[in-house]
Ligand binder design. Structure first.
Ligand SMILES: [Zn+2]
Length: 63
C-alpha cells in the first residue's frame, strides 16, 4: 500500500485521539477517499488519502 495512504493520525502526537476532521471526501469510482484534519492537542494540520472503507468517526453518509 502507498505509504501516503493511511488512517488519520497526528504525526506530532502519534495518536488519533485529538483529531478534529475538517473535510472528508469518500472514495468514489476507484478514486481514494481523502481527509483533512487538525489535531486539537498540538494544532498540527494534515491531509491525505485514506484506505478504502475508512470514514471519520461519527461520519454520516448522505445516501
Ligand atoms: Zn497532535
Amino acid at each position: 500500500m502507498d505509504p501516503a495512504v493511511h488512517r488519520p493520525v497526528c504525526h506530532q502526537c502519534g495518536v488519533d485521539d485529538y483529531l478534529i476532521f475538517e473535510f472528508f471526501t469518500p472514495a468514489l469510482n476507484g478514486a481514494p477517499g481523502t481527509v483533512s484534519y487538525t489535531c486539537s492537542a498540538c494544532d498540527s494540520f494534515a491531509g491525505h488519502e485514506v484506505p478504502s472503507g475508512w470514514t471519520p468517526p461519527g461520519w454520516h453518509h448522505e445516501s
